[in-house]
Ligand binder design. Structure first.
Ligand code: PMT
Length: 223
């Protein structure tokens, strides 16, 4: 790979799922393994960038030389991202953040009771949307995990969250999305440039994403 392309640049990457606690035993989460975000962290390192990896719970070992901030919930991820946003040159949000969390949580294990149990859910903060509202010179890159009409929903997210680039993946496609070692992505930049890629390892995908971010930055004469 062409090393040095991000020398001196500060890159914040989010990875993995969030866990939204119900009680000391139970939580809501999703299928994210963290592989996509960790591959991005490795690739940014290879390109000479300084990485802060804000990670939900995963079983992965972070790449050497990366600053890691471990978080559990969407709220903790929000706090961690906000703490690092001002100094960042690029933010890449590969994490699968919960959109909802239990409205009520319990300090003690909730005991089994006769009958059903309904859990009321409330919205979490949309971290990426907040970043889009607050960004100054940062390049903001989001992901769109879709199961249908991938391009249309990705374009909506690109626009509504004020992103510079979005990486879309169809989570129902074989070899793409959660957990697998491969992904199949499309990138769309805010200047309209669209790129589609075949199935590639997540390591390869990470370099393609960085190359597309760098090309976009060069077209805009930023970074
Ligand atoms: O971790 P892996 O197993 O390797 O899987 C990779 C992946 C499928 C998780 C990854 O490729 C991916 O698609 N990540 C984004 C998952 C997601 O939450 O997508 P979304 O379309 O629901 O959210 C859109 C964007 O908003 C994402 O960048 C997300 O990080 C962000 N978001 C979402 C909700 C929220 N409350 N705050 C956010 O910042």
């Amino acid at each position: 790979q062409d090393t040095g392309r991000l020398t001196g640049k500060k890159v914040v990457i989010t990875a993995g799922p969030t866990q939204e606690r119900i009680d000391p035993v139970r939580f809501f989460t999703n299928h994210s393994s963290g592989k996509m975000g960790y591959a991005l962290a490795q690739a940014v390192k290879e390109y000479g960038g300084q990485v802060t990896l804000i990670s939900g719970p995963t079983s992965l070992t972070p790449p050497a030389g990366v600053k890691v901030v471990n978080v559990e919930s969407a709220e903790e991820m929000y706090e961690a991202v906000m703490n690092h946003f001002d100094q960042a040159d690029i933010v890449i949000k590969a994490a699968a953040v919960a959109d909802y969390r239990p409205k009520e949580t319990f300090d003690q294990k909730r005991k089994k009771q006769p009958g059903e149990w309904s859990i009321e859910m409330e919205r979490t903060m949309d971290i990426l949307k907040t970043l889009g509202e607050q960004k100054s010179s940062q390049l903001l890159v989001g992901f769109a995990a879709e199961s249908e009409q991938v391009e249309m929903y990705a374009r909506n997210k690109l626009e509504s969250k004020n992103l510079d680039l979005i990486v879309a993946n169809n989570i129902l496609q074989e070899g793409a999305g959660f957990k697998s070692d491969t992904n199949i992505i499309m990138t769309i930049a805010s200047d309209g440039t669209k790129k589609e890629y075949p199935m590639l390892s997540k390591d390869e995908v990470a370099y393609r994403i960085l190359d597309d971010i760098i090309s976009y930055a060069q077209r805009r004469d930023v970074l």
